[in-house]
Design a protein around this ligand. Structure first.
Ligand code: ADP
Length: 209
């Protein structure tokens, strides 16, 4: 099953994708994670996008589409995938349509106030990408990853100025995709408020599982 997860930053796409990939046995492809891995490994791509990610702006479509195209060359995507954070612009969606057939676009709906609360409390394990929240989903020991015991970090783009910018970028560039996929009959709206397990259940129902 070929899935796209759409929704504002902080709506929980990554958290639900991490659960759903186990249930559906398909890979989770997060363009944000791919960019962060490139930055961490100091690749050419990483150097190119580092300051863009920190500011909360979007990486140019050509660069992002090329990275996704390359990811699709890996055979694990042949039986399905969850795309998280891609497409983020109409141009990216048009490119995706040329590469793959999409079964469902799950739209994670969440109010502004809740988004800001979630993003500002989000913490992450740098090496595994595992996500926590200081209040909603705290680690067993404050500031430490449950499995690797490494210190948790706050993403540069989860700091307040960048959050506001990301929301603006979302409204301007990504929100138009809601109508785009609605017109294609692919949109499945879900309420992203509530605990991950309940959002996961809604998501599975929305895609007929
Ligand atoms: P979020 O938590 O906002 O969903 P992600 O981890 O998906 O964040 O992405 C982080 C950053 O990576 C974005 O703010 C953007 O700079 C870059 N990025 C990720 N996906 C894309 C994309 N499809 N197009 C352009 N830039 C992207």
């Amino acid at each position: 099953m070929n899935l796209v997860f759409l929704g504002p930053p902080g709506a929980g796409k990554g958290t639900i994708a991490a659960l759903a990939k186990e249930r559906l046995d398909i890979p989770h492809i997060s363009t944000g994670d791919l960019f962060r891995a490139a930055i961490k490994n100091e690749t050419e791509l990483g150097k190119q996008v580092k300051s863009i990610l920190a500011s909360g702006e979007l990486v140019p479509d050509s660069v992002t589409v090329a990275m996704v195209r390359e990811r699709f060359l890996l055979k694990d995507t042949d039986n399905g995938f969850i795309l998280d954070g891609f497409p983020r612009t109409i141009a990216q969606a048009d490119s995706l349509a040329e590469m793959k057939f999409i079964d469902h676009v799950v739209n994670f709906e969440l109010g502004r106030e809740e988004i800001v609360k979630r993003l500002s409390g989000r913490r992450m394990c740098k090496s595994t990408g595992r996500i926590y929240h200081i209040i909603y989903n705290p680690p067993k020991v404050e500031g430490i990853d449950d499995e690797t015991n490494e210190p948790l970090i706050q993403r540069e783009d989860d700091k307040e100025e960048a959050i506001l910018n990301r929301l603006e970028v979302y409204d301007r560039q990504t929100a138009p995709l809601i109508e785009y996929y609605e017109k294609k009959g692919l949109l499945r709206n879900i309420d992203a408020k509530g605990a991950p397990e309940s959002v996961l259940a809604q998501m599975l129902e929305a895609i007929g599982r």
